[in-house]
Write a protein that binds this ligand. Structure first.
Ligand SMILES: [Zn+2]
Length: 354
């Protein structure tokens, strides 16, 4: 089986694009270089391979490189270079380094790995792949991404965005792109791409709520609020509860997410709206979770469905498979009676299926 590699960035292109036009000179510069290097970092694999061989040969001193395929964490400090795996800072079982970004993502990766283990999954690929996390990537880099086999975090510029490594939601969202890659492998384009984004928001939120021990009423249902710096403190990138209301300011522009199929975005931007139309599915998940069943049971249904979807699945396919998963899990006694109807009603409220 071959897997498409998604190069999935946390900050959508329309947000960085607006900042590159409307920001102060320093912000424009940081937004432009973040957008450029987002593309650039894909092409550095040969150089990275050299670094891996250095690590494997013991050339890099310090942390111990864990054995591959053991589900182990490997946190690399990229020392503000625009490359990945520059220096292994902390491997599985190594003691704290004193670098808060290294140590924080090391902890977050355990939280995410543990969450999926409870669902019966062995690491990201269900075959024990090591979880590779790169921190301090680039200079004032305003993004985080999953590139097909590892994660990268920028430090942000400290004003608009703080360090991406300090957000559990960012880590969980991006690692969930990896889980999607090794399950439904949804094409990162149009509706299948919006589903890909949606599943990452679902697991990002479910993992964060679980870690904070929040009820559906206590949760803020916001995505990206944890990385907003002093300039935009209080804003967020997306709202699962009320898509389209997460931000509205000159620097970022206005949140373009629809909450219902009647407002579906049909334009060419953002890979035909992968971070935009995901709002419709996100709202349905929110409605299902808040209508009796709770976030954790809803996420179990969505996880079950993710394993039965396929790369070109669209919203209608997803509705069918998710409802089918609800029915299966009701039958298995995993979720309560009535859940199937709750899920179906949630989709109906956002205009699905069409
Ligand atoms: Zn994403």
């Amino acid at each position: 089986m071959t897997f498409h590699r998604c190069n999935c960035h946390y900050i959508p292109p329309h947000v960085l694009g607006n900042m590159a036009k409307k920001g102060e000179p320093a912000v424009r510069q940081a937004a432009r270089s973040s957008a450029q290097h987002a593309k650039f970092s894909r092409g550095r694999r040969s150089e990275r391979a050299v670094k891996i061989s250095e690590v494997l040969s013991g050339f890099v001193a310090g942390a111990t490189a864990p054995a591959p395929g053991t589900g182990a964490r490997e946190v690399y400090d990229c020392e503000h270079e625009w490359r990945l795996r520059v220096r292994l800072a902390r491997g599985e079982g190594d003691s704290e380094t004193g670098d808060t970004d290294v140590d924080t993502v090391y902890g977050f990766a355990e939280t995410v790995r543990g969450y999926f283990a409870e669902l019966g999954r062995n690491s990201i690929d269900d075959a024990g792949m090591n979880i590779v996390l790169n921190v301090h990537v680039g200079v004032n880099y305003m993004n985080a991404f999953w590139d097909g086999d590892e994660m990268a975090f920028g430090d942000g510029d400290g004003q608009i965005f703080t360090s991406f490594a300090q957000s559990l939601d960012v880590t969980a969202h991006e690692l969930a792109h990896g889980v999607t890659q090794f399950t439904a492998n949804l094409d990162y384009y149009s509706q299948s791409g919006a589903l890909n984004e949606h599943f990452s928001d679902v697991f990002g939120t479910a993992i964060t709520q679980k870690e904070l021990n929040q009820t559906v009423d206590e949760a803020d249902w916001l995505i990206g609020n944890e990385i907003m710096g002093p300039t935009l403190y209080g804003e967020a990138l997306r709202s699962m509860k009320a898509p389209g209301t997460a931000y509205d300011n000159p620097l970022l522009g206005k949140d373009p997410q629809p909450a219902h199929m009647k407002d579906y975005y049909n334009g060419p931007n953002d890979n035909r709206g992968v971070h935009i139309n995901s709002g419709i599915m996100n709202r349905a998940f929110y409605l299902a979770a808040t209508d009796q069943i709770g976030t954790q049971d809803a996420a179990k249904i969505w996880y079950h469905a993710l394993q039965n979807l396929w790369p070109t699945a669209d919203f209608n396919d997803a509705v069918e498979i998710i409802v089918e998963s609800a029915r299966t899990l009701v039958g298995d006694g995993v979720v309560p009676e009535g859940t199937t109807q709750t899920v179906r009603l949630a989709f109906k409220d956002v205009g699905l299926p069409t």
